[in-house]
Design a protein around this ligand. Structure first.
Ligand SMILES: C[S@@+](CC[C@H](N)C(=O)[O-])C[C@H]1O[C@@H](n2cnc3c(N)ncnc32)[C@H](O)[C@@H]1O
Length: 260
């Protein structure tokens, strides 16, 4: 389901999107973490390799795994233009983070920009954490981030109307207008059905509109909601959680404050 969403449209518009372009602090955060905790690094949900390349450029061996072929194609194109010394540090794998078996142990396993929140049922989260445990070297670290949404996004009818998210130009001149609406709130499950509409205007002025629906985790904005949902399965898999940092809205950065 998620792979279909990324394959069908998101991959094409991902890297140029202002939502993605403006995310720089997390690149620094994960690159610094990889330096601190060491390689080899396994990145789950590596997508187009936004973080993968930065870590390879910083000198670490990194394996990126994703289940969207189109996102991986973009990553492969980026690997091809790396310096040869950096290129040999990157391995890209097609696979599912809920069930993977790689014949290697990793010092660091990272899940940047919320792929874990695509795993909505707790058993799927546990499957992923189980695989992570099998692939972590002794003393290795799992590092991931979550988003905290507004409580209003769980109930306010204004979000049921389509609203503007971003407008941008792609290399080659196509213009993209991204809008979104919540089609259904699932408050008890802390999920929303979200429709994303990509309106693309070509150089000849013709416009196409593609609407995609998916279910996303949308924690109710309570400060530790996402964390508690994750801490619970993490504890069940007997991970020790030595650090938990962040802040509302700011996104993860090396300077994020510590939360308890
Ligand atoms: C928001 S993107 C983040 C991509 C990348 N980590 C980044 O920071 O730009 C989420 C990624 O998770 C991947 N993903 C979602 N569910 C997955 C699964 N079960 N197994 C592997 N990858 C998955 C998607 O294909 C997508 O590339």
């Amino acid at each position: 389901m998620t792979a279909a969403l990324y394959d069908s449209v998101i991959a094409d518009f991902y890297d140029a999107s202002p939502v993605v372009v403006s995310r720089q602090k997390d690149v620094v955060f994960y690159r610094d973490a990889a330096r601190r905790y060491g390689g080899p690094v396994l990145e789950l949900g590596c997508g187009t390799g936004r973080i993968t390349m930065a870590i390879a450029e910083a000198g670490q061996q990194i394996t990126g795994l994703d289940n969207s072929e189109k996102m991986l194609q973009r990553a492969t194109q980026k690997v091809a233009v790396l310096h040869p010394e950096q290129r040999q540090r990157v391995t890209l794998l097609s696979g599912d983070m809920r069930r993977f078996a790689i014949d290697q142990q990793f010092q660091s396993i990272i899940i940047p920009f919320r792929p874990f929140q695509h795993l909505l049922p707790v058993p799927e989260q546990l499957d992923c954490l189980g695989c992570v445990r099998q692939h972590l070297a002794l003393g290795g670290k799992l590092i991931m981030d979550f988003f905290q949404t507004d409580a209003a996004r769980m109930h306010d009818p204004q979000f049921l109307k389509e609203h503007f998210i971003a407008e941008y130009e792609m290399p080659g001149g196509r213009k993209v207008r991204l809008s979104e609406r919540i089609a259904a709130f699932h408050r008890a499950e802390q999920c929303n059905d979200v429709e994303m509409a990509f309106e693309v205007t070509g150089a000849d002025g013709s416009t196409t509109r593609n609407v995609f629906a998916s279910r996303f985790e949308a924690d109710a904005g309570r400060r530790h909601a996402a964390a508690s949902r994750t801490r619970e399965p993490a504890n069940l898999r007997r991970f020790r959680i030595p650090d938990y940092s962040g802040g509302r809205r700011a996104g993860i950065a090396s300077t994020s404050r510590r939360l308890r």
